[in-house]
Design a protein around this ligand. Structure first.
Ligand code: GAF
Length: 386
């Protein structure tokens, strides 16, 4: 992101004064999809694309916001009970409400922001916004006293309460805690996490964006979560002596025991989640052992499960996955919530150019538009730029 670009727009659209600049990244996830809200493990990292905002307190009780990308301006009072209608401004409003709930005395400010995380690509531009605004509020109104976990949780609460997506914590966690060159294995139940240096020798990670718009609000994302909760409720009824909070508490035998008590669809989804929980741990072990073939094999298994069991793929993503296989790509799968967006691919250096060219050509021939290709650079999490 270009600091001068954001600054020039901030100066132009407000009173000519400069403020402080903050950046928060989008994320990739090597493996561990739809496990976060099931109390399982995820394995994300922050990327070099994100949201940059310039912010300056304005001495009033009004928040004046400008979206540089949308060329849209919105104002609202800090204490407005309803908040703005524009979705993009609700991310700012939601973070303010969550910070106030943490006891932070947020006052009026001017903010202009822009992003280079491709929208709807499954790279979590929303979490990048939340953590960027959270980073700014923390710096300007809380003396940086709000712990990182609270910023991530405020972002998740913003999704739940002000956007309508009942997401897990992976995206906000990755955006806030990311470190350059490191993936993070997070246990979403205990919130313990570990950094894993990631620089596979002889391989590259690349995202291929189908450009099928992935949008979680209004998508069946919340239905998937409900399916998992239905199975947890059935487990609780079947095994009254055991406490099931999430699918993390269930094993394969227990899932089989309730198979006849849940819908076939809910069973398939829970089946995916149990498998995915194990796959994250297997991939972490394989990574430490330098066994990239196993990492890749698990990625393909995840794609298959997301497509056939969790049913969050689409024709274009399945096609990209097939193209990866045909090109000898070590691992490939849908990344993020699904319903469009990107595949993430682990590719040997020597196969990279051929894969990218072949996927671009064949996808274009079939769907009439070329996919976008983003080499992954694992980068720093939310921070103040200047
Ligand atoms: C989206 C959600 F926001 C995450 O919480 C996570 O559930 C992901 O989909 C699927 O793994 O990005």
């Amino acid at each position: 992101m270009d600091i001068e670009f954001v600054r020039s727009r901030f100066i132009k659209h407000f009173d000519g004064k400069t403020g402080s600049i903050y950046f928060s990244p989008g994320r990739i996830n090597l493996i561990g999809e739809h496990t976060d809200y099931n109390g399982g493990f995820v394995f994300p990292g922050a990327v070099d694309k994100g949201i940059m905002a310039e912010v300056r307190p304005n001495g009033t009780d009004t928040v004046m916001c400008y979206s540089i990308d949308l060329k849209d301006r919105v104002e609202f009072k800090v204490d407005d009970p309803k908040g703005p209608r524009a979705t993009w401004a609700r991310f700012i409003y939601g973070m303010i409400q969550e910070f106030k709930a943490l006891g932070v005395d947020v006052k009026g400010f001017n903010i202009a922001f822009a992003g280079d995380v491709p929208l709807g690509a499954g790279m979590s531009s929303s979490a990048a916004m939340e953590s960027c605004f959270g980073c700014a509020l923390n710096d300007l109104f809380a003396g940086n006293k709000v712990p990182k976990w609270d910023i991530a949780l405020a972002g998740q609460a913003t999704e739940h309460k002000y956007i309508g997506v009942n997401c897990g914590i992976m995206d906000q966690f990755a955006s806030v805690f990311g470190q350059e060159g490191k993936l993070m294995r997070l246990d979403c139940r205990s919130r313990e996490f570990e950094y894993f240096p990631f620089s596979p020798k002889g391989y590259r990670l690349v995202l291929v964006n189908s450009k099928v718009k992935h949008e979680l609000a209004g998508s069946p994302y919340n239905d998937r979560r409900r399916s998992c909760e239905n199975v947890v409720a059935a487990l609780g009824r079947h095994f009254p002596g055991k406490k099931f909070e999430t699918l993390r508490d269930a094993d394969w035998d227990e899932l089989e025991a309730v198979k006849a008590e849940v819908s076939a669809e809910d069973y398939r989804r829970a089946h995916f989640v149990l498998g995915e929980k194990d796959r994250v741990l297997a991939v972490c072990d394989a990574l430490v052992a330098g066994d990239y073939e196993t990492v890749g094999k698990k990625m393909y298994e995840t794609h298959h499960g997301l497509s056939k069991e969790y049913e969050v793929s689409c024709e274009e993503l399945d096609f990209l996955n097939d193209l990866a296989r045909e090109n000898g790509v070590t691992g490939s799968r849908i990344m993020g919530g699904g319903f469009g967006g990107c595949t993430i691919n682990l590719v040997k250096d020597e196969l990279y150019d051929r894969f990218v060219a072949d996927a671009t050509e064949k996808f274009n021939a079939k769907y009439g538009h070329a996919p976008e290709v983003y080499p992954v650079v694992i980068s720093e999490g939310s921070h103040k730029v200047c």
